[in-house]
Design a protein around this ligand. Structure first.
Ligand code: GLC
Ligand code: CA
Length: 557
């Protein structure tokens, strides 16, 4: 594999709204990110991905951009971003932005002009079609629920929005639009951004060839996912995007594309000439130990997770690197998803971090993950903030759920749980802001906060630091990036283990992802314990005795 600068990425995703407020308006800002660069450097990360900070009416918290060229005043200014880039650079940290080009905000001037004159230049920037028989052009359901089409005034025209109606889809079939996007992307790269996380990019191409689909719900709508996810021909757009932008700057790009990839297609996305440097792999995002299906069998869930993680590695073996992450701003906190409530503690939380940390690929953490931030369940629906939450609630009710059932499901799985303010210390509002934050802080900040964990050598934070230091250490860095990957103890319930080898060295990673102890016969002689979340690693007679939720990294002869 050709070596690239971004192969040694230990990434950290920041949700700026909830990271650190510096001007007392209750909303996190760019200066707040700069203020914590020393903390991030201390953790050992070297790449930051900033969720969208462009100008936005915030209907989807910034994933609805109304001006690609500007920073939203809520977050600060372009100068603040320049300062962040400069200060990060001094600490060996590179900044990636979020690139949201499947859609804009409905308040973007392009869309406003398109509404006024659908036949004009800007009408062709969006997907506007004539209705059929007084109805939308087809019956696709939006990814966030409801029809994917919105009628324009009282005309017979409709615009497509795969997400909320405040996020009209751009028309990538239009070369003039594509050109505008490339120029905009290059301006950010010129400013010093080193790459992008590329949002919802698998939806750029839409296949309108079929008529309406057979309805699959009481709403008469149908899941059109196959027609607008990695649709035939998308590669032409993705290649062109890369050639005109990323490639020219040796940028790092992480495509949000994993879902719906046809078999074998993965390597086109991340191979040597792939559309992106790497992608976010969604395979673990479907699990929640609190969901009815897994509630009574958490270990079986871990075994399913293992199968998927390993299958993904087989698909990319020798061809490209996946991005190994556990949390992001669209998922509730990882420990809540993988560990039964009564088992959540330091051991199980550190194990969750370790599950995919040493797999081939690039590591990405989400803010708060390294201190084990938890979901803050709400008492009422109105405590949530995301318009999407309310759209989903209404859709679920329409489709037959009771209000209680719908609320319970949202409270369990909501992506908003990841968006509570960062818990920095034990002072009011967890040190996030001097005023009441835009979204309630989890009251558990008195016991779960950065400052306390930073001081404590046995904290979860300290464990994450050790994991990062090991991945980056001169002796093992190449092994963890380029080393071979071989599953071990594959049939052992609740055990997720693999061997990595490179240049004559070999390392065994074992995660005992269950509340019971396990004894396993070792496949070789252990010469060194590189990491463990327990003080002791019990080895005797060619066996290892693992405690509940023990995770270990051992060097083998
Ligand atoms: C991506 C983002 C998500 C957003 C959606 C629409 O999935 O991660 O937060 O709502 O795209 O832009
Ligand atoms: Ca602020």
């Amino acid at each position: 594999m050709l070596q690239k600068w971004w192969h040694n990425t230990i990434g950290y995703q920041i949700y700026p709204k909830s990271f650190q407020d510096t001007n007392g308006d209750g909303i996190g800002d760019l200066k707040g990110v700069t203020a914590h660069l020393d903390d991030l450097a201390d953790l050992g990360i070297n790449v930051i991905w900033l969720c969208p900070v462009n100008k936005s009416p915030m209907k989807d918290h910034g994933y609805d951009i109304s001006d690609y060229e500007e920073i939203d005043p809520m977050f600060g200014s372009k100068d603040d971003l320049r300062e962040l880039i400069r200060e990060a650079d001094r600490r060996g940290i590179k900044i990636l932005m979020d690139l949201v080009v499947n859609h804009t905000s409905s308040e973007h001037p392009w869309f406003q002009k398109a509404l006024k004159d659908p036949d004009g230049e800007y009408g062709k920037y969006y997907m506007i079609q004539e209705g059929k028989g007084g109805k939308a052009p087809n019956n696709w359901r939006s990814i966030f629920g409801g029809s994917a089409w919105e009628r324009i005034g009282d005309t017979n025209r409709y615009y497509l929005h795969l997400f909320t109606k405040w996020q009209p889809d751009l028309n990538w079939e239009n070369p003039a639009l594509r050109q505008k996007i490339y120029e905009m992307v290059n301006r950010w790269l010129d400013l010093g951004i080193r790459g992008f996380r590329v949002d919802a990019i698998s939806h750029l191409k839409k296949d309108f060839s079929g008529a309406s689909l057979t309805a699959d719900g009481a709403d008469g709508l149908a899941d059109g996912f196959a027609c607008f996810t990695n649709a035939e021909g998308i590669g032409v757009f993705l290649d062109e995007l890369r050639e005109n932008t990323f490639q020219r700057y040796d940028a790092m790009t992480i495509g949000e594309v994993d879902e719906g990839l046809p078999p074998g297609a993965l390597t086109k996305y991340i191979g040597e000439n792939g559309y992106f440097s790497t992608i976010f792999d969604f395979c673990h995002s479907i699990f929640h130990v609190g969901a009815a299906q897994w509630r009574d069998q958490p270990t079986a869930m871990m075994d399913e997770l293992k199968k998927l993680l390993f299958a993904k590695q087989e698909m990319v073996r020798g061809r490209g690197l996946l991005c190994n992450y556990m949390e992001n701003h669209d998922l509730s906190r990882a420990v809540e998803r993988f560990i039964p409530e009564n088992e959540i503690d330091f051991y199980s939380s550190s194990l969750v971090g370790g599950i995919n940390f040493f797999l081939p690929g690039i590591v990405f953490l989400y803010q708060g993950q390294a201190i084990g931030m938890r979901d803050f369940r709400k008492k009422e629906l109105s405590e949530f903030k995301d318009p999407t939450t309310f759209v989903m609630y209404e859709e679920q009710i329409k489709n037959g759920m009771t209000a209680e059932e719908s609320f319970a499901q949202i409270n369990l799985e909501s992506r908003e749980h990841a968006r509570t303010p960062m818990q920095w210390n034990d002072t009011p509002n967890a040190g996030f802001s001097t005023v009441e934050p835009w979204f309630a802080v989890n009251p558990n900040y008195h016991s779960i906060n950065y400052e306390a964990q930073k001081k404590d050598p046995d904290s979860l934070y300290a464990f994450y630091k050790k994991m990062i230091a090991l991945r980056k250490s001169g002796d093992f860095q190449e092994l963890f990036i380029y080393g071979s990957f071989t599953p071990v103890y594959e049939e052992e319930p609740g055990v997720i283990a693999y061997r990595r080898s490179y240049d004559g060295r070999s390392v065994l990673i074992i995660n005992n992802a269950k509340p019971q102890e396990t004894a396993l016969a070792l496949p070789g002689t252990v010469t060194n314990t590189l990491l463990s979340n327990y003080d002791k690693v019990i080895l005797n007679d060619g066996m290892i005795q693992l405690k509940r939720y023990q995770t270990v990294v051992l060097e083998l002869l």
